[in-house]
Design a protein around this ligand. Structure first.
Ligand code: SF4
Length: 420
């Protein structure tokens, strides 16, 4: 497994390789850039990525239309992990890519369940397919189907592999049966089996670069069972109203608004819902139910060649929203929505200080505005952040281990940008 410099994880586990772009956040895909360096025949990413010439000169790393490559053997390592650590799953693909069968994802879920000391972090831009995976699980009898698919995978791999790997797959089969039974028994004891759909050690994170992708993907994420639901707003490409304390589920069609999950505006005892398709309606208290909120927000600017501007006021506004929300929950500290400011990126703009590019006011001091050029091209060294942006690297508390959400005390969180 790979060590990584990514600040919010310890290692990466790649059981897939390859992807394709789905939204503006993919324009400078780091994984595609990595893949192009190893895409010759016989190499790890053979044929999966290439460099595309740009009309204005230069080139861009892009994925080819070759299907996503599945690497089931990588799952075997999971069963040997004992020490606690955080593992980012599929850093060079998207777990919920359409090329990846639900049966394969189900097997992955069983392997993760059987490594309970490890925290697995799943990051996806395909939030709808993630929700569909859980619906598929439910329709196929619940979490037991994960084990069944994993056992099928073990049998298939054992029959198709050489002696050594066949032995490993047969051992894995035995381990899965024993450990999954233990995990199931524990879940039944502590929280009732249906809730095992949210594995204790799997965090679900959707990648959201702007308001449009945030609204679309968070609405799906909030419907997925998880002990931690997070966002990765990297690359951050615009301001985002997180809607903390304001996500609702509407179960029936109401005045032209289809059932669904929405970021709503409080209006007295009612809420105002805008479905983003031209429909707007006030819902009375008995026409909606509140939804849980996101538990974690990773924030970061883009880095690398051609990186796009990251206006630091967007970050400051998100941090302000989170702080106000946590205070409204009457929580001391970042327990309810934890911010993690990962990096400023390579083109941060600190307009408050009239500065742009890789130059920042680090410590204005007495009437002075000294600037530095960042040594870290990603803008990921906290010591080089503007003073007010330091100290915002927190991890979420999984919902299993915290009190139920108290009601939000304030009417709504206030952002510095007046976005809310
Ligand atoms: S979803 Fe992720 S891995 Fe896939 S193209 Fe977009 S940025 Fe790259």
């Amino acid at each position: 497994m790979g060590k990584t410099a990514i600040e919010w994880t310890d290692e990466v586990l790649n059981v897939q390789r390859g992807c394709d772009a789905v939204s503006p956040g993919c324009a400078h895909c780091w994984a595609a850039a990595t893949a192009t360096r190893f895409s010759a025949p016989g190499e790890a990413f053979a044929g999966l990525a290439k460099r595309k010439a740009l009309s204005g000169g230069g080139s861009l790393a892009v994925w080819t239309d070759k299907p996503v490559m599945l690497l089931p053997d990588k799952m075997l390592d999971v069963l040997s992990w004992r020490k606690p650590k955080r593992v980012f799953v599929n850093s060079v693909s998207d777990t919920f890519h359409a090329d990846v069968p639900f049966e394969f994802i189900a097997a992955l879920w069983a392997f993760m369940a059987c490594a309970p000391t490890v925290t697995f972090q799943i990051v996806t831009k395909r939030a709808r397919r993630m929700r569909e995976f859980f619906e598929w699980t439910r329709a196929h009898g619940g979490p037991d189907t994960w084990l069944l698919r994993a056992l099928e995978l073990c049998d298939r791999q054992a029959s198709e592999s050489g002696v050594e790997m066949a032995h490993r797959w047969r051992k894995a089969r035995e381990t899965l049966v024993v450990r999954f039974k233990a995990v199931t028994a524990r879940a039944e004891l502590t929280r009732g089996l249906p809730n095992m759909m949210a594995l204790e050690n799997v965090w679900l994170i959707v990648s959201t670069e702007n308001q449009e992708t945030y609204d679309e993907r968070v609405a799906e994420l909030l419907q997925c069972p998880a002990v931690v639901r997070g966002i990765s707003a990297e690359p951050l490409l615009g301001p985002i109203d997180l809607g903390l304390g304001r996500w609702i589920r509407q179960t029936k069609p109401v005045r032209g608004i289809a059932p669904g999950v929405y970021r709503a505006e409080p209006a007295g005892a009612s809420v105002l819902v805008d479905d983003g398709k031209g429909g707007r309606a006030y819902l009375e208290a008995d026409e909606f139910e509140p939804m849980p909120d996101i538990d974690w927000a990773i924030i970061g600017g883009e880095s690398g060649a051609g990186c796009r501007v990251n206006e630091l006021r967007w970050t400051r506004d998100m941090l302000a929203q989170i702080e106000t929300f946590n205070i409204a929950r009457a929580v001391d500290g970042p327990g309810y929505c934890a911010p993690f400011l990962k990096q400023l990126g390579g083109a941060a703009v600190d307009a408050e200080n009239g500065l742009a590019g890789r130059f920042y006011v680090v410590d204005p001091g007495a009437g002075r505005k000294p600037t530095v050029r960042l040594k870290d091209g990603h803008g990921g060294d906290e010591d080089e952040f503007p003073t007010d942006l330091r100290g915002h690297r927190h991890f979420p508390v999984p919902r299993l281990y915290r009190q139920p959400d108290p009601p939000v005390q304030a009417a709504r969180p206030m952002g510095q940008l007046g976005l809310l």
